[in-house]
Design a protein around this ligand. Structure first.
Ligand code: ADP
Ligand code: ZN
Length: 760
């Protein structure tokens, strides 16, 4: 039996690159200027860096960003190190040449090691990681200058009100774009042409992208309470030490964790290094950006899906030159080419949004720790409900734990009660129980806000025919179609397939026979409208018409107190401060406990704690805030811990359960998903793969089984699960195993998911 022994996480991170020469770590070209062959890692699904010839007189040390021919195309790549083909003599004249070396700062050595590390940890070709790094190719070309206008002080012969507006606006002599000026002065462009002809305005070239705001660490002093100051002191001294470390800011909802880590960001700025703050729903957090701006006097650079390609290029370039000092972003910001990163903050570190499930399956929180290890700087993780993994690392002393036990405003944490649905039945066809309805009524009379939370979009998760039993299923996935009544459609939440909801059953033809089963938030909204017709309601869900911009507006409106009842999915559970919110009703607290996910209890605990933690964050409201959990299982350990306000009890029992069965972080898991266009092919391959699994100590290969989502987008899926002890090198095991397996042909695909979060 083979043994795949493995060091503890942190040890492994230290040791993995022992093999690299020091010169490599410090970016010195090992063979000096004579070496005319370089390896280039290209953004394609390849593991090895390819060799290219360097034209005479051109230098491209490791990290240089270059353009090279690849097959018939030209691609952008990065000069890698050490030369991968060093052992093998390659005849020079077979090699193709580097076509261009971009005038851009080289990718830092720690960033190159980071790419190597992720590739080998997640069993992904390094070129795929490179693709994530080179996300903004526009950044490599200088931004085109634009023609603009400025005033040179000559008065026009004839003054008109329109001309006067333009002259007043441009009096400071600064440059304007033509369209910006016309819009700001509310004039047509002929007015501007007239002023140019008169010699009042002249055309100039404007320097683009020079408007990067520099955050000032001392713009506003934060008033921190004692617990916050103690935590901030630990963080700032770690930033100053400029050495790898991880700290967990473990503070209850509303304890002011943000202000604490802002102090760490400020310290990074003071010592001249850059900082990265990751947030799970950055595109929606206008409130966060305002707080940052108030603290630092400048907006941070943003990096997420809503940022335009042009701004993305600016951020990428600014990060690589060091001009951009602080980035606030989604998980992919971890792959930005920082010149001198000195701190990463992961807010809501427990959040599932940090795990990418497509392409490269990486976990941004875990990889932030790796990046900090390679770059020699601290990480701060913040959460009111830390993940079990992080909590165990803190308990073992690997991470420092900084505790904020109280709300910063002095307000009490909400009192949480379970509403036992077996005793307090909602009316037939309804979903809100009498105790919840009367609590809403009370809250409205107090002039305060209620949040009703249900983690399910649409109107109803299943539509069936009461005459023949026909159920509406997705043609390409093994899922029911979800009714979206506002849009009048049935839609698949996995592939997006959408059809109109018919008036009759497609199987038996019966008219008016279709019934909606179960609630989605649209249905709750309808029930609320019936029960409280006078109340102002806002629905918040990711499929809201109008996208992120609209959601941002709605969130701001709620924060201003402009709604009596908010009906929302988990979007509202994340990081918002709603001063008038005092009641949170969870429509179906059991929802997340149903499926066989080993993290179901943890995720439910986190979600319920976070969403109820939106209530009563400030002292401006009457009495104590409340959270009501509608449940059929009030005796479940998760419900009991939340109702008792005893999170320590939850962590203790959950950690013990994991330890006993050897689940993460006490053991390691890897999912292997095999899919194909037809069920037989996928199943046969999955079986042969299971048979090919080498016998090894402390490693089990479980399955294959039909994936719970057996068909997605027409692909039939089977799952294997690799489970090992913590000390095992599961990656090497899987690599060896796949090398023995039959070649993947035709429509077959294998997807490896190291440290899986989803088991669907
Ligand atoms: P969380 O710990 O949930 O992330 P936040 O950082 O969002 O909490 O802070 C919650 C609220 O408390 C914010 O409105 C913040 O401005 C306020 N706050 C933070 N620190 C203090 C303090 N020391 N005194 C008073 N209010 C504070
Ligand atoms: Zn589908």
């Amino acid at each position: 039996m083979a043994t795949y022994r493995r060091h503890a996480y942190v040890e492994l991170w230290t040791n993995r690159y022992e093999g690299f020469p020091l010169s490599d770590l410090f970016g010195v070209n090992p063979s000096g200027p004579q070496r005319r062959i370089v390896s280039v890692l290209v953004p394609a699904p390849v593991e090895t860096a390819y060799s290219y010839r360097l034209p005479a007189g051109v230098e491209a040390p490791p990290g240089s960003i270059v353009e090279v021919p690849l097959g018939p195309r030209k691609v952008i790549g990065v000069v890698w190190d050490p030369p991968e083909q060093a052992g093998k003599p390659v005849s020079d004249n077979r090699l193709r040449e580097i076509e261009r070396v971009f005038d851009a700062p080289p990718l830092q050595p720690s960033m190159r090691r980071f790419v190597d590390w992720i590739g080998s940890y997640y069993l992904m070709p390094r070129g795929m990681i490179m693709r994530m790094v080179l996300r903004a190719p526009e950044a490599l070309e200088p931004e085109p200058r634009i023609r603009g206008l400025r005033q040179i002080g000559v008065e026009p012969e004839r003054m008109t009100p329109a001309r006067k507006r333009v002259i007043d606006l441009t009096r400071d002599g600064l440059g304007w774009s033509r369209s910006g000026l016309a819009a700001s002065a509310a004039v047509s462009s002929s007015v501007i042409d007239g002023l140019v002809a008169q010699g009042t305005l002249e055309e100039v070239w404007l320097e683009p992208g020079k408007s990067i705001d520099i955050p000032d660490p001392d713009h506003t002093a934060s008033a921190l309470n004692e617990d916050q100051s103690a935590a901030a002191d630990v963080l700032t001294s770690r930033v100053k030490a400029a050495a790898f470390s991880v700290a967990l800011i473990d503070g209850v909802t509303g304890s002011g964790k943000t202000d604490v880590y802002f102090e760490a960001v400020a310290e990074a700025l003071r010592i001249g290094r850059q900082a990265l703050v990751l947030l799970p729903e950055i595109a929606l957090t206008g409130q966060f950006l305002d707080r940052f701006t108030a603290r630092f006097g400048a907006r941070p650079a943003e990096w997420h899906s809503e940022v335009t390609p042009k701004n993305r290029a600016r951020v990428w370039r600014g990060v690589s030159t060091g001009d951009v000092r602080v980035v606030v972003g989604a998980r992919s910001a971890l792959f930005l080419p920082f010149r001198d990163l000195g701190l990463i903050v992961i807010d809501e570190e427990h959040d599932g949004a940090y795990k990418q499930e497509e392409g490269v399956n990486y976990h941004a929180r875990d990889m932030a720790v790796v990046r900090a290890r390679l770059g020699g700087f601290p990480v701060a993780l913040a959460s009111a409900t830390p993940s079990i993994e992080t909590r165990v690392n803190a308990d073992l002393g690997r991470y420092a734990r900084l505790i904020l036990p109280n709300r910063a405003s002095g307000a009490e944490l909400p009192a949480i009660e379970a509403v036992d649905l077996r005793r307090h039945l909602p009316e037939r066809g309804k979903f809100l129980s009498p105790p919840l309805l009367s609590a809403i009524q009370q809250t409205i009379s107090n002039g305060e806000q209620t949040l009703l939370f249900l983690n399910r979009r649409g109107y109803a998760p299943l539509t069936l025919c009461r005459t023949c039993g026909h159920r509406f299923q997705c043609p390409d996935c093994s899922t029911w179609l979800v009714e979206h009544r506002f849009r009048g459609v049935l839609t698949c939440h996995h592939c997006g397939h959408t059809e109109r909801r018919p008036d009759f059953c497609p199987t038996c033809g019966e008219v008016d026979s279709l019934i909606a089963c179960g609630p989605g938030i649209e249905r709750i909204a309808e029930e609320v409208a019936d029960a409280f017709p006078e109340a102002h309601r806002i629905i918040l869900s990711s499929d809201l018409h109008g996208g992120a911009a609209r959601m941002k507006e709605e969130l701001a409106a709620i924060a201003r107190g402009e709604a009596d009842i908010i009906i929302g999915t988990q979007l509202v559970a994340k990081g918002h401060n709603f001063p008038k919110l005092t009641l949170v009703g969870v429509v179906d607290a059991d929802l997340g406990l149903a499926h066989g996910d080993p993290r179901a209890a943890e995720k439910t605990f986190q979600l319920l704690q976070q969403v109820t933690g939106r209530a009563g964050r400030f002292m401006n409201t009457r009495g104590a805030a409340r959270g009501l959990l509608q449940t059929y299982a009030p005796g479940h350990p998760v419900m009991k811990a939340i109702v008792a306000g005893d999170r320590e009890a939850f962590y203790a029992s959950e950690i013990e359960d994991r330890r006993i069965v050897g689940l993460p972080p006490f053991g390691r898991l890897a999912g292997v998903i095999i899919s194909a266009d037809d069920r037989e092919t996928a199943q046969a391959y999955a079986r042969s793969l299971a048979l090919a699994a080498p016998k090894a100590d402390k490693i089990q290969v479980l399955g294959p089984t039909d994936a719970p989502l057996a068909v997605v987008r027409g692909r039939h899926r089977f799952r294997l699960l690799v489970k090992s002890e913590r000390t095992v090198d599961i990656q090497t095991y899987i690599r060896d195993w796949l090398a023995l397996a039959d070649k993947v042909r035709g429509s077959l695909r294998i997807q490896i998911d190291i440290d899986p979060q989803s088991f669907l």
